[in-house]
Write a protein that binds this ligand. Sequence first.
Ligand SMILES: Nc1nc2c([nH]c(=O)n2[C@H]2C[C@H](O)[C@@H](COP(=O)(O)OP(=O)(O)OP(=O)(O)O)O2)c(=O)[nH]1
Ligand SMILES: [Mg+2]
Length: 136
Amino acid sequence: MKQVNVAVGVILQGDKVLLSFRHQQQHQGGKWEFPGGKIEADESVIEALARELQEELSIVIELASCKPLIRIEHDYGDKQVCLHVYTVSRFAGEPEGAEQQDIRWVAKQELVNYRFPEANHAILETLLAKPWAEFS
Ligand SMILES: Nc1nc2c([nH]c(=O)n2[C@H]2C[C@H](O)[C@@H](COP(=O)(O)OP(=O)(O)OP(=O)(O)O)O2)c(=O)[nH]1
Ligand SMILES: [Mg+2]
């Protein structure tokens, strides 16, 4: 089965991170995610990330503020994904659920209360291991 490359943004503002709720009918629907989406053939990861975050949240990210966090390969059985995860610390605009999805700024200690896709556990581990100021 072909692996799908996905650009994922961990958007940090102070002590909070932005989560977005996946619609029920999407793959891994009904769970919270870090916003992002599929990388198209002609795009770099950062270009895809910027496009997806504009489409999904109506924000314009500052490319120089994006730092690679972790790359995760995961097999869901019905789909194989490779998540290219970047932290994003600066952007223009106020995030909104541009695809009618719920979004939420969540503090570190509250992340345990959210249900994520299986592949995200490695992201959360990495994110919880350091003070967030060190990512920006
Ligand atoms: N965006 C995002 N996708 C994730 C995360 N964790 C995870 O397993 N995924 C998986 C779910 C999907 O199979 C894939 C991303 O697909 P997507 O639905 O966001 O792609 P897209 O925005 O291009 O959406 P679409 O047009 O195909 O609906 O990666 C995550 O934290 N964020
Ligand atoms: Mg998406």
